[in-house]
Design a binder for this molecule. Structure first.
Ligand code: CLF
Ligand code: SF4
Length: 291
């Protein structure tokens, strides 16, 4: 049985709705590939960039178990083992394989998974059967016209789709997947990358829609302009705050996102033990792709 939302608010650093949590997470970079093409995404293997979509290396599911063992020994406040890339967790089988191994080795650790949701309807049953405790789905728009400006295209069941058609398939699958997984009692967080020139006005509508599908909490992540959206601006504190307020009428809002790397370990915004987990030291530079 999955850990419920009330417990996650206390024990999961990314589900705290009030004050910043003092709990930690270890990310396991087991998912190399992706099946969609977000225009702001710049996936990399390095030990410099401090943002999602970046890890120093890809590790195997078996290596991931060792990483969790080391991480919890280094930081007793780590309560969550998460997979957040650097690609999509459902585009390759490694994330679900990892969670099966982690469940056996660490039955009490919270299993957290982040996905773009394209393959969520295909894998919902497996996610429920494994007992993932918290699922994050990145939904940047629920209107295909807007989504088509954020994502170039998708590869779905062996076929390439572009523009509005790609956006329609992606949105449909995200919403259907959220509904199925939420109905099984798994807590869903939705991440939205806030892009002032494209989706700023649309965020509360997206929040309302995913809330109706069963999502419990919402995380608005400011864009770091890069890649094909380098022409967009980084949202300022004032506008982020206003949009969070407008969104809160529909769903609880998480405000402490640290835009973590795919191999982050420790307490978000606090103790960082990632340097001690890998052979290559992790240096940091502030850029960003997704959540
Ligand atoms: Fe990792 Fe994401 Fe799970 Fe948290 S991060 S998979 S939900 S354990 Fe958290 Fe980091 Fe923000 Fe993500 S602070 S980027 S929201
Ligand atoms: Fe894939 Fe995530 Fe990058 Fe989008 S941001 S292309 S979902 S890895």
């Amino acid at each position: 049985m999955s850990v419920n939302f009330k417990e996650l608010i206390i024990s999961h650093p990314c589900f705290s709705v009030g004050a910043k949590s003092n709990k930690g997470r270890v990310h396991l970079p087991v998912s190399p590939g992706c099946n969609i093409h977000c225009k702001f995404c710049d996936r990399k293997l390095n030990n410099i960039d401090q943002r999602p979509g970046v890890a120093s290396a890809i590790i195997s599911p078996e290596e991931a178990v060792d990483v969790v063992r080391k991480a919890v020994a280094l930081c007793q406040d780590i309560t969550v083992a998460g997979v957040a890339g650097p690609g999509d967790t459902l585009a390759t089988p490694y994330a679900l394989q990892t969670f099966r191994l982690i469940k056996k080795a660490f039955p009490n650790i919270i299993k957290c998974m982040s996905t773009n949701g394209l393959l969520l309807p295909d894998y919902a049953d497996e996610i429920i059967e494994i007992g993932i405790d918290s699922l994050t789905v990145t939904v940047n728009a629920v209107n295909p016209e807007i989504q088509a400006q954020i994502c170039d295209g998708i590869t779905y069941h062996g076929k390439r789709y572009e523009g509005k058609k790609a956006a329609e398939v992606l949105i449909q699958n995200q919403l259907a997947g959220i509904k199925t997984v939420a109905a099984a009692g798994i807590t869903i967080k939705v991440n939205t990358v806030l892009i002032p020139e494209i989706n700023a006005h649309h965020v509360p509508i997206a929040a309302k829609t995913v809330s109706e599908m069963g999502a419990e909490i919402y995380n608005i992540i400011p864009l770091i302009p890069q890649h094909k959206l380098a022409w967009c601006s980084a949202p300022g504190c004032d506008s982020i705050s206003k949009i969070r307020q407008a969104t809160e009428q529909y769903i609880k809002v998480f405000r402490h996102c640290q835009r973590c790397r795919a191999d982050a370990a420790g307490i978000p915004g606090g103790i960082d033990v990632s340097k001690q987990l890998y052979i290559h030291p992790v240096r940091v530079e502030n850029t960003f792709s997704h959540g």
